[in-house]
Write a protein that binds this ligand. Sequence first.
Ligand SMILES: Nc1ncnc2c1ncn2[C@@H]1O[C@H](COP(=O)(O)OP(=O)(O)OP(=O)(O)O)[C@@H](O)[C@H]1O
Ligand SMILES: [Mg+2]
Length: 525
Amino acid sequence: MTFDETYRAAFGFTDPALDVGRVLREGSPAAELAVKIPLRMMNRHGLIAGSTGTGKTRTLQLIAEDLSRNGVPVFLADVKGDLAGMCVQGESNERLNARRVHPAEAFPVEFFSLTGNRGIQLRATVSSFGPVLLGKVLDLTDVQQSVLAMVFKYCDDRRMPLLDFDDLRDVLNYLVTDGKDDLKQYGGMSAATVGVLVRKMVELEQQGAAKFFGEPELDINDLMRAVPTQNGIRGIVNILSLADVQDKPRLYSTFLMWLLGQFYFKMPEAGDPDKPKLVFFFDEAHQLFDDASSALVEHIEQVARLIRSKGIGVFFITQTPKDVDEDVLAQLGNRVQHAIRAFTPKDAKNIKATASTFPPSEHVDVPKSLTSLGIGEALVSVLDPKGVPTPVAPAQVLAPSSWMSAIDDAQYQRVISASTLNAKYSTAINRESAHEILQAKLAKSAEAEPPQPSEGDDFDWRQSAPAARSTSRRKSTTLSTSGARRSSRSTAERVFESAARGVANQVGHEAVRALKRGLLGMLKF
Ligand SMILES: Nc1ncnc2c1ncn2[C@@H]1O[C@H](COP(=O)(O)OP(=O)(O)OP(=O)(O)O)[C@@H](O)[C@H]1O
Ligand SMILES: [Mg+2]
C-alpha cells in the first residue's frame, strides 16, 4: 500500500472518534488524512510521552477537550498549573485556527486540590485509604508497614472507623499504653516503631496533608457529570491543581491510586461501552512508579487492568515510556509519542528502547522520526474500532480550543466560588470515630468499672446498623481542626461516657462496611 492508502485505511473508520491530528506527509500535515482515536477504545488506556517542551500537555488538553465535547467527563492532574486555562476560551489567531477543527472555546471546569489551595478541598478517610497506600505516602519500611497493617486490622475488627490523623494517632498511642493487652493477639508492636509512625504523620501534616484525611470524603459521582453550555452538552473537566504540592508527589500519586480504586469498587461493570464513563490523565506518571514496592506496582497493574471493564480510561503522561512499569505499559493501547531530544549517550539508548516498543513500520523510520519531530508533532499508534493497533502515523497534533497556559488566582476563585460542589466539600465534618471510641473506653476504665467486653464483641452490628450513612452523622458537627478537637477533650469524658452505647450504634453502619478490604487494602463497599 502507498503512504496515503495506508493511513486512509487505518483511520478511515466512521465510528465516533476523537480527532487528534493530521498525518505528516513529507513533513507537512495532509488535510485529508486524519489521525483519530475511536471513542470506544479510550478505556483501553494510553500513553503520552516525549521530552520536555515537545507538546505532551497540549496533546492531553486536546484529547480532554474532545472527550468533553462528546459528553465524557475527565479528571486531569495539573502538575504545572498550565492546564487551568481550559476554563478560558483559547486565543483565536490565524496560525492556531488553521490548526483547529473546532473554534476557540472555554470548557466547564471544576478545580480540586489536596491542600485546599486553588481548588475544592479533596478528602478521603484514613480507613478507606487503607494501610498499603498510607504506608506509601508515609514512606514506611516493611516493618513499619506491617505494624500499620496490624493497626488497621485491629480497628477493622473492633469496628472503629479511622477518619482522620487524630484517630490514627490516638489508636497508636492507645496500643502502646492502655491497650497493650488488646494487641497481644496481633503480635504486638514496639513503642519505637509507633514513635516513627507518629513522627512521619506529623511530617506529612506539616506539608498540608492533614486537611486531606477526613470527611466529607469525595463522592466519585461528583466527577461524573456532563452539563449544558452555550456550545452544547459538555463533560466536566475536573482539574486537580498540583502546582503547590509538587514537592509531595507521594500524596498525589497515592491519592490517584485511591481514586482509581474508588471507581473500581463503586462503578458497575460496563462491558464495552460506546464511550468511556470517565478518562483519567495522570501527568508526571513516573512518580507513581518511583520507589514503589513490587506489591504496589502489581496493584497498579491490576487496577489498570480491571478498571477498563468499568468504562474508565487511564492515560499516563511521562517523558519516556521506560518510566512506566513494563506490565502496565503492555496494557496501554493508545500511544502518542512526541520527540525525544538526544543529548547524551543515555538519551540515544532511550531512543532505541522507545523505538523498539513500536511495531515495524513500512512508511516511518521510527528512530529517525523520534529525534526529528517538531514541537506539537508525534508518532501515533492507537487501537482501531476492532481493537487492532493502527500502523504508526507521524502526525501534527491539532491545536486545543481553550487557553494554553496558566490563569491567575482571581480566575481560580471565580470558578471555585461558582461551583455547586464548593458548599458540599468546603467544611470538614467530624463525626464519631476511633478517637471518640477510645475516649469512651478510657473514661470507663477510669471509673474503675469491672472489665467489660469491648464494643465490637457484644454488639450485633448488622442488626443495629442505621439505614443510611447520613443518619449516622452527629447532629452538631464541629470543625476538625486539631485545635478545636483538642480543646474539647477536657469535656470529652462527659460527652463520651453518655455516648458510649450511642457511639456504637452510630458507627455501626460504617463498621459493617469496614470489614472488607480489597485491592490495595482499601475499604470495599
Ligand atoms: N498541539 C499544539 N498546538 C499548538 N501549540 C502547541 C501544541 N503542542 C505544543 N505546542 C506549543 O509548544 C509548547 C510546549 O508544549 P507543552 O507545554 O505541551 O510541552 P510538554 O511536553 O508538556 O512540556 P513539559 O514536559 O515541560 O511539561 C506549548 O506551550 C505550545 O506553544
Ligand atoms: Mg507539560
